[in-house]
Unconditional design. Structure first.
Lengths: 523, 523
């Protein structure tokens, strides 16, 4: 059992979170902080069962008739073959793997529908799957941006800053993984500094490395130093975020990394990054069918390695600019695709990673927030359980923006209130509030208003809702400029969460030893 | 019959619109232009039937036990009383009207669930209700803004500019009403210049005046000059947008205006503008119950005047900043309320106006678009049929922004594609696209891509999706600056739609005569 007895514990925490809510929703950008969101509104289901069945049938047909190309991982080939897949050798180290319709669904039945990823601070452990929603910052950008210094390559200092900023926000739940590429650290050693930074500067759950099997193994090993060997073997304490090579390819670096996480009973995310017209059909139905096929094939490998290991179905949909051929993010068609992907994940009974705060804007401006909101709404409405790229994403994922990160975390706060939905009971229906003074009388002073006013509404830390005159007197600052001041304030006020000194020392020893084992590699 | 035989005609137009779609979705910010949207995805229903029933029961209880205060309209009082309401005189010209549970629902049964508002260009007539979605620009701001001149009182020139900009956009469907207050025209004559501007500079449907019964009558009279007396008596050609005086008051200016439109068989919108904690309970369930009660009472008056006259249920929800007590717009709680209001309107079988592109930002920045998107998504997902404030809204409705107007119309374009949802058929599932070249091969050159690439995706006229380097070389402009250039270009290129000279002359004569009849009033 990957969850041990954490379900009861989680349920208890969740209940206490709900009780806490009314007490602690105080203004000033604070609010209903919780370790993760349990959605209280239904998902937005846009496709009929018939349409969903057609998409599933197409995914099955892709897997059965075209198949997946597997490269340079004979062990993965052997596992698929033993499970009953039809394997044809295409050349040395390249195989075409075909799956009978229904075969992968059968294999995936041992994967948990929900699981807990433990954080080093138990209060921050997250439940992934079902009605739960977990927000994590952006992932994988080589560049970083801020209003002062513009766009530049990311460094380990930027990486640490982003981990600290994410940790500072009550509205993120997970520390993420490669928040930016620390390009000043050798390629083969980055993962050590990144994993260490997540553990040192955050006490939330995090993602490990996936860029090579040994880096995946190092990530798991560092998690073991924090959580202990026995606990790690029975519980998810680190996850890897794996990309398929679309269309329809799994390369050996990916599959060996997936096998490493699964063998250690750790979680993995299985993401086709689908750019319509380039690596997928540009019609959304086809893109979704392909995404489902690729992610199922990738997820299934985990169950062949270790049945019960946590696996997260995933898709990242992007459209294309008809003018330039550039990828476009935060557009309506991918948002629709993400809603459909949510329905398909629930039919498959697997947790889902989908969408996020996507944008192609190069500045934290109106375009950025309009695109982000369309994309992010599809994530939370579609029932995505793990939302990577919840904060910081700009420039078509090439850059993480300091300002956008704090804008997005503020939006994540709004989405907490949104997903709480509407309580309908005698008190919230407020008949007495209207009856107290009657028609034509303001309700400012009613007992109902006084009882609720501190907790009724989510309160933004970043929006300016003041009258124009006040705003103007205070300098007439736009949202980006206010965000610039805010991330600096948060960084200045940041305090690292306590970390056991023995663990810290063991981690630093491990990092130093592994760095000493290898010459620097810069590509 | 308010609709005449327009239903068939509309259905035909709708079908031809759908056929047209595949042919005309071409890039460059053009796309699937249509006279209005017929949604192809379901509404987002977040409340259970039980919760909806409780809200309805509370609305009924408000109407039965507290009642509505009616001021200074003895004729409206007489109509409610004759229909069976319980009327108590509170003072001279002030009555408390109470309605037995279910009474107003019975009265509202004669109101059409869908109707057509005719435009002077028949191709632009809009169908309101059911699965139809109609976007109209912002309404009622005293101030206007642009990046060059900042914030200032609106003038008739601004008003005309906004009508022209709205007409230029393929993504709006309706010319709206008081897009801004033309404060350089006397208060008692503004309506004449506004209605004339809508007719002269737009060939879409529009809203008339509601600020006094005689101004409502003038608006209807001007519409008659365009559409003819007989046609106007049998068809909706103008509508009025009426606000209740929350909480729970209907004043005589409003009710006499409502009676004027209804008697002429013209449409009316019945809007409680609910600021939680000020004029409504600050719990959303209570706000929605009150909104339903007020709007039902106001809508019902139309049916007492002329059964079958078009009436639109409406609500405008706003939250409150806990820091300053200022109203906040584009926040999560009102978005949830709007989704619920959609469900209630469908149960009542009435068209709905709800939400829009709301924001409290004072600039067309990230805050503006994040708030707008959250609010606007609730409108289109919740099934609002007439979305006033679809473009230009800033500054908590105190200002219309030139830049925001073109940003919002671009977003309205994205929402056209969003509401089209996902076609799932053999072609869109794209199996052949993947099979053609197989795993690992880009799809740029497949027959499927070549067949679809011009029409697959909505194409923004304003977003910058280019690579960072290209964008930087072109000046690194932010969204607001690009929007500034765009509205100027659109105004420069604007061409007035043809208007029959006889009609134009009759309108100008009417305006001149009515202006001559009255001394200027400035308050």
């Amino acid at each position: 059992m990957p969850d041990g007895d954490s379900t009861n514990q989680d349920a208890k925490r969740q209940r206490s979170g709900r009780n806490q809510r009314r007490e602690t929703r105080l203004g000033g950008g604070q609010g209903v902080k919780r370790p993760y969101i349990v959605r209280n509104i239904p998902t937005y289901d846009i496709l009929s069962d018939e349409s969903l069945s057609r998409i599933e049938a197409t995914a099955d047909r892709i897997l059965a008739e075209i198949g997946i190309e597997l490269r340079e991982d004979a062990e993965a080939m052997r596992l698929y073959k033993e499970a009953g897949a039809d394997v044809t050798e295409q050349s040395a180290d390249v195989w075409r793997i075909k799956f009978e319709p229904g075969m992968l669904r059968e294999v995936l039945k041992t994967a948990p529908a929900e699981f807990t990823q433990h954080a080093r601070n138990p209060a921050n452990s997250v439940r992934i799957g079902g009605k739960n929603v977990v927000f994590a910052p952006s992932y994988g950008s080589p560049f970083v941006m801020d209003l002062d210094r513009g766009r530049r390559y990311g460094t380990i200092e930027d990486f640490q800053n982003f981990v600290k900023l994410a940790q500072s926000s009550p509205w993120l739940h997970h520390s993420g993984g490669t928040v930016c590429e620390p390009t000043d650290v050798p390629v083969n050693k980055r993962h050590l500094d990144m994993v260490y930074a997540h553990i040192r500067y955050s006490d939330r759950a995090f993602l490990g490395s996936i860029t090579a099997a040994e880096r995946a193994a190092d990530s798991v090993e560092m998690a073991r130093l924090v959580f202990g060997e026995a606990f790690t073997d029975q519980n998810c304490v680190v996850m890897g975020n794996f990309n398929t090579t679309s269309p329809l390819v799994l390369d050996g670096v990916t599959t060996s990394g997936i096998r490493t996480y699964a063998a250690a009973n750790q979680g993995s995310i299985h993401l086709p990054f689908l750019l319509g017209g380039a690596v997928a059909p540009l019609t959304i139905a086809g893109m979704v069918a392909q995404g489902l096929a690729e992610s199922m094939a990738s997820c299934a490998l985990t169950q062949l390695v270790r049945p019960g290991a946590p696996a997260i179905l995933a898709s990242f949909f992007s459209s294309m600019s008809l003018k330039s051929g550039s990828p476009t993010f935060g557009t309506p068609e991918p948002a629709i695709g993400s809603l459909a992907m949510g329905q398909l994940a629930r039919r498959l009974n697997l947790p889902l990673r989908c969408a996020g705060n996507f944008s192609t804007s190069k500045l934290p401006d109106g375009q950025a927030m309009q695109q982000s909101m369309m994309s992010m709404m599809s994530a939370v409405q579609g029932g995505a359980n793990y939302v990577l790229h919840s904060a910081g994403f700009l420039d078509g994922l090439l850059s993480v923006s300091y300002e956008k990160l704090v804008m997005d975390t503020d939006m994540c706060g709004a989405l907490h209130a949104y997903l709480d939905g509407m309580e309908v009971n005698e008190d919230t229906l407020g008949f007495d509030a209207l009856a107290e003074l009657g028609p034509g009388q303001h309700l400012f002073s009613t007992a109902h208003t006084l009882r609720h006013y501190e907790t009724a509404y989510w309160d933004s830390a970043l929006n300016d809702d003041q009258p124009w005159e006040t705003w103007d007197e205070q300098g007439g600052l736009d949202y980006a400029v206010r965000a610039n001041a805010r991330w600096k304030k948060l960084l200045a006020e940041y305090q690292a969460p306590a970390l056991d000194e023995g663990i810290d020392e063991a981690l630093r020893d491990f990092v130093a030893r592994r760095k000493g084992d290898m010459p620097d590699m810069w590509y």
